[in-house]
Write a protein of this length. Structure first.
Length: 634
C-alpha cells in the first residue's frame, strides 16, 4: 500500500496537486438515448457487423482538438459487433431519442447527495472521440451540476462537476491496423464526477475515491462488478504538468497511481535539469541505416527488413545514459519515447542505453554511431517498420526528446496493473466540445428536485446498525452495504433473535451455498423470514440454517417448517444432546486423556456432525466441556 511520504518524496514539498474523476455506470432499464437493454452480451451472440473510418471535425470556432489530431496519426479501421439487443442509434444510423428520465433522476439524486448546485436546464453536448469507441466519432454528455463538496480526514474536497453521459463501446480485439468493438456497452448511462484539485497525498486520493464510491453504491441504482466503475486520476507537481491517468478500475490502486505519477514527474524534472546542465540538443536529422543491418541476427530487425521495412535512426546530443534512466519502476525515459513511437504504428524503439541487446551486436551499434557521427555523449534511437510509419514514429520520438529538455508534457496516460502508466494521447482541449442538436433539453425545477427520494448513505446506515442492533463494525458494514438491508431490518423488528444470526443467514450462508453449486436464486424473502422464525421459536437450531436453506433451494414450493421436518432438522432436547455427547466422548476417551481440555475442539466437530444442526452450538459446547471435565477430575 502507498504511504503519504515514501522515501525521498515529501508531497507537500513537491507541491502535489491531485483530483479524481469517477465514471460509474447506472443500473437503468435501458440505455441513455434509446430503448435497448443495458445487458452484457457475449461476442459469439453477435448477429451483424459493420466497419467505419473516423476523422476529426472542426469545432464551432474552426479549431481541431489536438488529441483528436493524434488519433488519426495512423489511419485505423473500426469494426463493430451488433446484437439483437442493439439498434440503429448505437450504429449512428438513427437520431438519438430524448434523454432517459430514469438515468436523469439518478444523476440528480447523486448531485443532491454531493450538495451540488444543479442546473436549471440539462443540455446535451457532443464530445469528440475518434478512437473508435463511439460509432459517431463523439460521446454525448450532459452537464448536471457543480460546486459540491465532501468532508474528508484532510478537510473538505470540492466536487467541481457532475455529468450524465453515454458509456463507450467495449473493445474486443486490437489487430494493429484495426480495432474490434462490441456495441452492447455503448450507450449505457453513466455519471462522471470530477473533484476539485484539493487532494494532497496518495492516501487522501484513496479516501476520496472510497467515499465517492460509497455514495454511489448507497443509491442502490448503480451497476456493480468489474468494469462498471473507473477512476481517472489527475496529478501534477510543482514544475510538472497536469497529467490525466485513465482507467483505474481497482480502488486499492488509486494511491499507488498517484504516488508513481508524482515519482515519474519528479524523475523527469531531474532529467530535464541534467540535460540543461549538459547543454543537450536534439538533431532533427533522421538517418536511414537499413543497410547496416542486412546481415543482422536481430529477429525483430531482420523480420521487418524482409517485409520491406526500413531501419531509421536519430542522434540526441547529451542524452547518453538518460534515455535509460528509470522514472517509474521498470519504466524509463526510453519507455516514454517508445510509447510515442507505438502510436505511429511501430513496435517500439531501440536505444543505445540498452544496446547491445535483442540480437543487435556491439559492432552494429558502433557502425550506426559512425554513420550518424554520434560520439559517446550522444544517445542513438532506432525504429523499424514500413517507411511511412517509421518516419512518423521517429518524428514522435524527436518531439518527446525536445519535451524532455523543456517540460513535463501535459498528456493523457493509461493506468497499468502495477500502478505505473503509459502514454495514450495529449490532453484534450475545449475544441472537442460542441452542442448536440438532436437531443432536446430538459428543464429542472424545484418541484423536480423536491420530489427526489434521497437514500440513506452506507456510512450512516452502518453506524445506525451498530448503534441500534449491537452489531460489530464488520457485520454492520456488511449488512449496511447489502441489498438485503431492508429485509434484515424487517426480520429483527418482528422476530426475537440475535441480529448477528440474521446477518449470517442473509449474507454468509447463501454465499457458502452458492460456492457449493446451490441455486440460491430460488430463495425468497419469505423463506428467510420463516426459517429464522423457526430458530427464534427453538424449533430448529441456528446451526441447521444452512441445511434448511439448501432444502428450500431444491424445493422452494415447500414451507420452511415442512423442509425442516423432511430434512430431519427438528431440534433435539438437552437430554438427547447429552446422550450423544456422552457416547462420542466415551468413544474418544484416549483423545480426552491425552489432550485434556484441548480435546473439546475436535470433539465439538464430531458432535455437531452427528447432530446435523439440530442443536444450538452453545448448548453442545457447554455439555461437552462438562463431560470432559468430569473425566479429567476422576
Amino acid at each position: 500500500m502507498a504511504t503519504d511520504n515514501p522515501p525521498g518524496l515529501d508531497y507537500r514539498q513537491l507541491g502535489l496537486i491531485c483530483g479524481i474523476e469517477i465514471h460509474q455506470q447506472l443500473d437503468t432499464a435501458c440505455k441513455l438515448f434509446c430503448g435497448c437493454p443495458t445487458a452484457h452480451r457475449e461476442v459469439e451472440d453477435s448477429n451483424f457487423e459493420f466497419f467505419r473510418y473516423l476523422r476529426p471535425s472542426r469545432s464551432e470556432l474552426g479549431e481541431i482538438d489536438r488529441a483528436a489530431l493524434e488519433e488519426v496519426l495512423v489511419s485505423r479501421k473500426f469494426h463493430y459487433k451488433c446484437y439483437d439487443t442493439t439498434c440503429l442509434v448505437e450504429a449512428d444510423e438513427e437520431p438519438p431519442s430524448q434523454i432517459n428520465p430514469e438515468a436523469l433522476e439518478i444523476s440528480l439524486v447523486i448531485a443532491r447527495l454531493l450538495s451540488m448546485q444543479i442546473v436549471d436546464e440539462v443540455c446535451t453536448m457532443r464530445k469528440m472521440v475518434i478512437d473508435g469507441s463511439n460509432t459517431s466519432g463523439f460521446q454525448r454528455t450532459a452537464y448536471i451540476g457543480s460546486k459540491g463538496s465532501i468532508q474528508t480526514n484532510q478537510g473538505p474536497v470540492g466536487i467541481d462537476i457532475l455529468c450524465l453521459e453515454e458509456e463507450a463501446a467495449r473493445i474486443i480485439e486490437d489487430r494493429g491496423d484495426s480495432l474490434v468493438y462490441s456495441l452492447d456497452r455503448l450507450g449505457i448511462p453513466l455519471v462522471e464526477i470530477g473533484t476539485a484539485p484539493d487532494i494532497i497525498s496518495p492516501a487522501h486520493a484513496r479516501e476520496v475515491a472510497s467515499y465517492l464510491g460509497m455514495i454511489l453504491r448507497s443509491t442502490g441504482r448503480v451497476k456493480r462488478g468489474l468494469g462498471t466503475i473507473r477512476q481517472d486520476v489527475n496529478v501534477s507537481i510543482k514544475g510538472g504538468a497536469r497529467v490525466e491517468i485513465k482507467g483505474v478500475q481497482a480502488l486499492n490502486l488509486v494511491d499507488k497511481i498517484v504516488e508513481l505519477e508524482a515519482l515519474r514527474q519528479h524523475g523527469l524534472l531531474q532529467i530535464k535539469e541534467e540535460l540543461i546542465r549538459r547543454g543537450a540538443a536534439v538533431d532533427d536529422t533522421v538517418f536511414d541505416v537499413t543497410s547496416l543491418f542486412s546481415q543482422t541476427d536481430s529477429k525483430v530487425l531482420a523480420r521487418s527488413i524482409k517485409k520491406g521495412g526500413v531501419v531509421l535512426a536519430c542522434r540526441l546530443a547529451g542524452f547518453a545514459g538518460l534515455v535509460g534512466r528509470e522514472v517509474q519502476p521498470g519504466r524509463r525515459l526510453g519507455s516514454e519515447m517508445s510509447d510515442r513511437a507505438k502510436r505511429a504504428g511501430v513496435g517500439g524503439i531501440f536505444h543505445s542505453d540498452e544496446l547491445p541487446a535483442y540480437g543487435v551486436t556491439a559492432a552494429e551499434v558502433e557502425s550506426v554511431r559512425v554513420q550518424l557521427q554520434a560520439g559517446k555523449e550522444y544517445a542513438v534511437i532506432m525504429v523499424t517498420g514500413p517507411e511511412d510509419r517509421a518516419r512518423k514514429a521517429m518524428d514522435a520520438v524527436l518531439v518527446r526528446a525536445r519535451e524532455a529538455m523543456e517540460l513535463v508534457p501535459e498528456e493523457t496516460r493509461r493506468a497499468l496493473p502495477d500502478g505505473c502508466s503509459e502514454y495514450m494521447r495529449p490532453l484534450p482541449g475545449s475544441a472537442r466540445m460542441y452542442p448536440e442538436t438532436d437531443v432536446p433539453s430538459v428543464a429542472i425545477n424545484e418541484q423536480t428536485l423536491e420530489g427526489l427520494e434521497l437514500p440513506e448513505l452506507f456510512r450512516a446506515r452502518s453506524e445506525r446498525f451498530g448503534r441500534d442492533y449491537g452489531l460489530n463494525s464488520e457485520l454492520a458494514r456488511v449488512m449496511a452495504a447489502s441489498p438485503n438491508y431492508q429485509l434484515f431490518e424487517e426480520i429483527v423488528s418482528h422476530i426475537q433473535l440475535s441480529p448477528s444470526i440474521a446477518v449470517r443467514a442473509l449474507e454468509t450462508i447463501p454465499i457458502e451455498l452458492a460456492r457449493d453449486g446451490v441455486d440460491i436464486s430460488a430463495l425468497s424473502d419469505n423463506h428467510f423470514k420463516d426459517a429464522l422464525g423457526l430458530v427464534a421459536e427453538g424449533r430448529i437450531a441456528k446451526e441447521g440454517l444452512a441445511e434448511l436453506f439448501r432444502a428450500l433451494a431444491e424445493r422452494p414450493d415447500r414451507s420452511a417448517a415442512d423442509a425442516a421436518a423432511a430434512s430431519g432438522l427438528a431440534g433435539v432436547d438437552e437430554v438427547e444432546v447429552a446422550k450423544i455427547v456422552q457416547a462420542i466422548v466415551a468413544d474418544k476417551m484416549d483423545l480426552v486423556r491425552s489432550k485434556g481440555e484441548r480435546a473439546a475442539a475436535p470433539l465439538m466437530g464430531l458432535v455437531m456432525k452427528e447432530l446435523r444442526g439440530k442443536a444450538d452450538g452453545a448448548l453442545v459446547s457447554a455439555i461437552l466441556k462438562k463431560e470432559i471435565n468430569n473425566i479429567l477430575s476422576e
